[in-house]
Design a binder for this molecule. Structure first.
Ligand SMILES: Nc1ncnc2c1ncn2[C@@H]1O[C@H](COP(=O)(O)OP(=O)(O)OP(=O)(O)O)[C@@H](O)[C@H]1O
Ligand SMILES: [Mg+2]
Length: 229
């Protein structure tokens, strides 16, 4: 489903910062993988590369056997929109749009009419428990509510792949647990492949595998037994 082959991502002059160093990975359909590691270890860089928002300095990334480097910009954008849901560390909600409009936006960008897009967005916001916040703008919502809008937007196409950058990082433990249960349900219903960046060991236990990054390298990999969840 997701394959990385010898991926390097360097930043800065002369490639002074090695954000990712020779990372090779194979993640199967429906697998849930937690990505852990200290600040600056390359976690967000990894997600940005997998969703095609950023390109590796060297190495290849394949989604369903398709090499991202071989797609033109349009095809890559379409693949990202339809196949990959991304929950950003900073949410990236548009401040002037309501909750419903934010969630409907990917559908609108895909040419779906306003009425249908907003009906689907409403149904998705109901799934994340925000049916009564449809017309609120992000600045009128709590951090946890914004987080859930970002999740609803990421899931609007029922994507086979979900990339989540600390989706419970800004939430109290109860709301965080609700989000994890939501991801669990999604996984059960749609066999979603999930890459979950987290600093929280409990959240990582929700996954099938834990990757630990340090200085851009995968330094440890732990396979958890599903029964242990
Ligand atoms: N656009 C960029 N330009 C230059 N350096 C960058 C850029 N993006 C990331 N880096 C550097 O790459 C390294 C990895 O960054 P990354 O954002 O992937 O870390 P992270 O593991 O997500 O950290 P955090 O837990 O703080 O979110 C860091 O040293 C960072 O400063
Ligand atoms: Mg990060």
């Amino acid at each position: 489903m997701i394959e990385l082959k010898g991926v390097n991502r360097l930043f800065g002059e002369g490639g002074a910062v090695k954000a990712l160093a020779d990372v090779s990975l194979l993640i199967g359909r429906g697998e849930r993988v937690a990505v852990m590691g200290p600040s600056g270890s390359g976690k967000s860089t990894l997600l940005n590369l997998v969703c095609g928002l950023d390109e590796p300095t060297s190495g290849a990334i394949l989604i369903d056997g398709i090499n991202l480097a071989e797609l033109n910009d349009d095809a890559r954008t379409r693949l990202r929109r339809e196949k990959i849901g991304m929950i950003f560390q900073t949410f990236n909600l548009l401040p002037t749009l309501t909750a419903c409009e934010n969630v409907a936006l990917p559908l609108r960008l895909q040419g779906i009419g306003k009425g249908q897009a907003e009906r689907r967005a409403t149904a998705m916001l109901e799934r994340v428990g925000l049916a009564d916040r449809l017309a609120h703008r992000p600045d009128q919502l709590s951090g946890g509510e914004r987080q859930r809008i970002a999740i609803a937007r990421a899931l609007i196409f029922d994507p086979p792949v979900l990339l989540a950058d600390e989706p419970t990082g800004n939430l109290d433990s109860q709301t965080g647990d609700e989000i994890l249960r939501l991801l669990d349900r999604l996984h059960d219903e749609l066999n979603t492949t999930i890459l979950l960046v987290t600093h929280n060991e409990d959240a990582a236990l929700f996954c099938d595998r834990i990757l630990r990054l340090r200085d851009g390298e995968v330094v440890r990999e732990e396979h958890l037994r599903k029964a242990a969840r």
